[in-house]
Design a protein around this ligand. Structure first.
Ligand code: NAD
Length: 400
């Protein structure tokens, strides 16, 4: 029996989505180019870390509602959930979406629904529509094509997949309606219909908005450093205004969404996206500035004490209390500091991971005790309880 739904891409988003749909008794075939991923899922196991996902996948596989394969077969609904990284020059790379689409073009038939969930530059859904009709012109007006971005928080995916509102944009009104009817079966959050271009832009704007707001806080931290003002106290006081809500500065912006998605706008609309582009620059510059600041504090210590200091670099993750190092500014800073001084004594700390393939990790309490200078790069909760009587460089407000 053919599945009702085929999901292309079984990663952090594609697998939970497939598992959720299958848990409703819908027959789902998950497709991935990675044979290991396919084998793992067919054994009822998972290859990513996400709370509750293992139980849902295991149940769906044992009931026969979820299977995985490296090859798609005909279905009624196709979900494209493959990566959309950027290239070296920050241009979006939609080649995975194209490859996934090319793989299912021969399978499409009248009445089918094709949905892109991958974060995509504006116009991608229309591009894929053209790609489909170029080789299958008889399908024009006979299939439904839509874009529906994902906005889940890793670590809370199974809850947010169901509860979050979704924005759904078809290439025409009927496509929007069909896609809304599809998601209605699995999602409790509100489903907001629009067109494909607006839905694509909406996803990019959500993350760009966060990036711009963080850039504002990071810019304030640079000004305050020069003006000898405590930025944490300043922001706290400014936020007492009923209509002001400034975010907290840090040592940059990381992760695979906020640090990536704004480039999808800047790359296509460079003249118009000045604030969005500058926010990226400010947030990247903040990481560079932090590395320079550590270097300066080190030299000050050397002049004062006549010897090199030992330095604890506290945190590698891209945000507090997680083990995810993707696009992490803290990791960038650690790399840069070590490059500048490859025979200094450094203790590298990341309490949320046991070992790292490049850095030798030290327990955070030992590192804090043994070092002359403690640098907070990530505001992990465990750091808040440390009592320190030494030079502290706090880029993320651990001690404020
Ligand atoms: N992870 C998140 O928190 C998150 C949140 C919102 C949006 N997104 C977006 O969702 C999309 C998917 O992200 P992810 O985190 O799930 O990626 P991922 O890297 O975890 O998984 C993608 C999977 O697709 C597979 N793949 C690549 N090309 C393929 C092809 N042609 N056919 C079949 N499989 C293929 C890969 O082997 C991989 O297993 C991206 O556009 C991302 O920006 C991710």
């Amino acid at each position: 029996m053919n599945p009702e739904v085929v999901t292309i891409g079984l990663g952090y988003i594609g697998l939970p989505t497939s598992a959720l749909i299958a848990s409703h008794g819908t027959n789902v075939l998950g497709v991935d180019i990675n044979q290991k991923v396919v084998d793992t899922i067919n054994q009822g196991k998972i290859h990513i870390v996400e709370p509750d996902l293992d139980k849902i996948v295991s149940a769906a596989v044992s009931k026969g509602n979820l299977t995985a394969s490296t090859k798609a077969i005909p279905a009624e609904v196709y979900l494209i959930v493959v990566p959309t990284p950027f290239k070296g020059n920050h241009e979006p790379d939609i080649s995975f979406v194209e490859a996934a689409t090319n793989g299912i073009i021969p399978l499409l038939k009248k009445g089918d629904l094709y949905i892109i969930e991958s974060t995509s530059p504006i116009g991608t859904t229309e591009k894929m529509q053209k790609l489909i009709f170029a080789s299958r012109p008889e399908l024009e007006g006979a299939i439904h094509i839509a874009y529906c971005p994902e906005r889940v928080l890793p670590g809370n995916v199974m809850y947010e997949l169901v509860e979050n509102d979704r924005v759904i944009g078809g290439v025409d009104e009927l496509s929007t309606k069909k896609a809304i009817a599809f998601y209605r079966k699995y999602v409790k959050g509100e489903l907001h219909g629009t067109n494909a271009r607006t839905a694509e832009m909406c996803k990019l704007v959500e993350n760009s908005s966060r990036d711009v707001q963080i850039a504002f806080a990071n810019e304030l931290s640079l000004i305050c450093d020069k003006a000898d003002i405590n930025v944490w106290e300043l922001i706290n006081l400014a936020n007492k205004h009923p209509r002001v809500n400034i975010l907290q500065p840090g040592c940059g912006v990381g992760g695979h969404c906020i640090a990536v998605d704004p480039y999808f706008i800047v790359s296509d609309y460079p003249m118009e996206s000045k604030i969005i582009g500058t926010a990226r620059e400010v947030n990247n510059y903040k990481s560079f500035w932090c590395a320079e600041k550590i270097q300066n504090e080190k030299l000050k210590f050397e002049i004062k004490h006549g010897r090199k200091p030992s330095i604890a670099l506290m945190g590698l993750a891209f945000k507090p209390n997680i083990d995810d190092l993707r696009e992490s500014p803290a990791k960038y800073i650690v790399n840069k500091v070590l490059q500048n001084d490859n025979n200094g004594e450094y203790f590298i700390v990341e309490p949320n991971i046991k070992e790292h393939n490049v850095f030798k990790l030290t327990d955070y309490k030992i590192a804090a005790e043994k070092s002359d200078i403690v640098v907070f790069l990530v505001a992990h909760d465990v750091f808040k309880h440390l009592t320190l009587n030494k030079v502290v460089i706090d880029f993320c407000g651990v001690k404020n």
